[in-house]
Design a protein around this ligand. Structure first.
Ligand code: DGL
Length: 263
């Protein structure tokens, strides 16, 4: 494996950074290409057919252009809908990000767990299947929150995000039937770990499950015998729509994403 071959991260926006962070903790010199389909954002409001077509269509030319060693679909919405489509279109390992229902069910004492994602993710049969396989004895309460996705984007763009706004966005899940019994919440959207502090302040008695570190371990495992550069090369961030100008560039720089371009 060419040490310069990158890991290619894909999301609709900045959410994939929550998967990139633990990945860089394990693989600090990994070359990174981060792709944000901001022209298609938000994915949570898109149809299944649209995402199933759009994601492989974007990934195919990116793979030809950057020759990544592996693709990470760092988006629950894209993964729960389009992972199989992407895997059949691409001839390299594709790691998906799907709701961490299994560890949540293992941890819950009340046997009532919350799944907080986008509107599109929470209605997926993929989620029904995870709930049936790993949380059959739990009540699984799902809530789709486009507001939290927007709040995470705003936070990384340097705007002030209040705990009050974060609480209001997730509260309907706790107001649902048996919602008051939820003791573990799966952050089933990669944007949401970016609001970790605010979510912890808003719901201090609830455990939050972030699938990111598990995805990072999977990436490290799949690339375990491969060569890496000796020092971290500057990362590339590509945007399908207008690339960011202001403070978001500083947020990207914190992940060593310094070469910011339009796709
Ligand atoms: N980050 C994405 C996810 O994990 C989607 C956010 C959006 O575009 O709605 O689902």
């Amino acid at each position: 494996m060419n040490p310069a071959a990158p890991l290619l991260f894909f999301d609709s926006g900045v959410g994939g950074l929550s998967v990139l962070r633990p990945t860089l903790a394990l693989l600090p010199t990994a070359p990174i290409v981060y792709v944000a389909d901001n022209a298609g954002f938000p994915y949570g409001a898109r149809s299944e057919a649209d995402i199933a077509e759009r994601v492989p269509a974007l990934l195919e030319p990116l793979v030809e252009r950057f020759h990544p060693r592996l693709v990470v679909i760092a988006c629950n919405t894209a993964s729960t809908i389009a992972l199989d489509h992407a895997r059949s279109a691409l001839d390299l390992p594709v790691v998906g990000t799907v709701p961490a229902i299994k560890p949540a069910a293992e941890m819950s004492r009340s046997r009532v767990i919350g799944v907080l994602g986008t509107q599109a993710t929470v209605r997926q049969p993929y989620v029904d299947d995870l709930a049936a396989r790993f949380a059959a004895d739990c009540t699984v309460i799902r809530h789709g929150s486009p507001e939290l996705v927007e709040l995470a984007e705003a936070k990384l763009a340097g705007e002030a995000v209040s705990v009050k706004a974060v609480r209001a966005a997730a509260q309907p899940m706790f107001d649902a039937d048996r919602g008051a019994e939820i003791d573990v919440v799966v952050l089933a959207c990669t944007h949401f770990p970016l609001l970790d502090e605010e979510l912890r302040s808003a719901f201090p008695s609830v455990a939050l499950i972030d699938g990111g570190p598990g995805i990072a371990r999977r990436i490290a495992y799949l690339t375990r015998d491969q060569a890496w550069p000796e020092a971290p090369p500057p990362g590339i961030a590509l945007f399908t729509g207008a690339p960011p100008s202001g403070p978001l560039r500083h947020s990207l720089a914190r992940f060593a994403l310094e070469d910011i371009r339009l796709l």
